[in-house]
Design a protein around this ligand. Structure first.
Ligand code: OSB
Ligand code: MG
Length: 375
């Protein structure tokens, strides 16, 4: 147990929030116009409170998880045993949820809220707790599929101007070599990557051979979301490093993927792997294998973004993350906005726990539904 600090979970409040995105975000699996998320507020018997954000989306397109399922998973299955579990430290909390198969994003939201409460009571920041070694992180930006290559170049121009250190373009069959070449030619010095969200098959090898000519930093999740073997085959045939996102759901998956040669780079998302503690283990496995990691994103509000910034401050995060500024997503975030400096870096929150909290007025304005256990 971690130096005597165990706390009892007294109550869990679920809250569905919706925030309009500044522009629709289109990927190979669909288009988001609003960010809709389940937030968790956890109270301990000592009166500490913490916030967590579930990174599931409204529908099960990115993975099998989705907001309505997360709500039930937390309310009816993960949450009630925590109220009866007695004193817990972070490892104890994870152990108390381990009987549930899957539902990693729901577990991660509870873990984030617990860590926020637990660390606030100790006066320690999440970044320090995780082992962060820097107080600012390098930021990249993920750019959705646009109407035309010209419109894409125009969007990228604004992000390059703002200082983003790496630009990631979403691709899908029919929107790949052409638009990516247009951006590569327009911004020759800017590190560029692509993300297919599993939209291609091995038979599409010629697309990836053509992209090889553009000297991309990586190609992210080109093939099936559950397929390591085909990624290993593709990775051997192209020069551009393969990075996996959807396919890595745990540290064990990361180990398998790296040892199979299915990827050389790992996108780490705390929600996708079941929480910040497992995300740190993914980081550790990749480091043992000499593989760079970077912090992915799920269009999080300022709550989840604070957790991403803390994670991205670990030493193995050597590539810019999809940790973009609040204004890239929302006209008004639900926390104080995370701002990026002109040098393309963002501050890691230094306050206790997540170091940020929802602004009461914003929270109220964005809330669609609230439920509390015990009722
Ligand atoms: O594949 O990385 C992805 C957003 C939602 C779901 C999946 C992905 C993304 C992004 C945006 O690429 C990352 C961000 O800016 O938060
Ligand atoms: Mg991705």
């Amino acid at each position: 147990m971690t130096d005597g600090a165990a706390v009892e979970v007294a109550a869990i409040e679920l809250r569905l929030v919706a925030l309009p995105l500044v522009r629709p975000f289109r990927t190979s699996f669909g288009e988001e116009r609003d960010k809709v998320a389940v937030l968790v507020r956890l109270e301990t018997t000592d009166g500490a409170t913490g916030w967590g954000e579930c990174v599931a989306m409204a529908s099960p397109r990115y993975s099998e998880e989705f907001n309505d399922a997360a709500w039930l998973a937390i309310r009816d299955h993960l949450g009630p045993p925590l109220l009866e579990a007695g004193p817990l430290d972070p490892d104890g909390l994870v152990a108390a949820m381990s009987w549930v198969r899957g539902h990693r994003m729901s577990k991660a939201a509870l873990e984030m809220a617990f860590l926020d409460a637990w660390l606030r009571a100790r006066g320690e920041s999440l970044a320090a707790f995780l082992g962060a070694e820097r107080d600012r992180v390098a930021c990249g930006v993920s750019v959705g599929i646009a109407a035309t290559p010209d419109a894409l170049v125009e969007q990228v121009a604004a992000y390059v101007e703002a200082g983003y250190r790496r630009v990631k373009l979403k691709i899908e069959p029919g929107w790949d070599v052409g638009p990516v070449t247009a951006v590569a030619n327009a911004f020759p010095g800017t590190p560029l990557s692509v993300d297919a969200n599993a939209a291609y098959r091995l038979a599409d090898l010629p697309v990836f051979e053509a992209l090889d000519a553009l000297d991309l930093v990586m190609v992210e999740q080109p093939l099936g979301h559950e397929d390591l073997l085909e990624h290993a085959v593709l990775a051997r045939r192209i020069a551009t490093p393969v990075c996996l996102d959807e396919s890595i759901r745990s540290a064990a998956d990361a180990r398998a993927a790296l040892e199979l040669g299915a990827c050389r780079i790992v996108n780490v998302k705390q929600g996708r792997v079941g929480g910040l503690l497992e995300a740190r283990r993914v980081h550790d496995v990749a480091r043992e294998h000499g593989a760079p990691v970077w912090c992915g994103g799920m269009l999080e509000t300022g709550i989840g973004r604070a957790a991403n910034l803390a994670l991205a401050a670990l030493p193995g995060f050597t590539l810019p993350g999809d940790t973009s500024a609040s204004e890239r997503y929302f006209a008004e975030d639900i926390t104080e906005p995370h701002r990026m400096a002109p040098d393309g870096t963002m501050a890691v929150p230094a306050g206790a726990g997540l170091g940020v909290e929802p602004l009461p007025d914003r929270l109220e304005a964005c809330t669609r539904r609230v439920e509390r256990i015990p009722a």
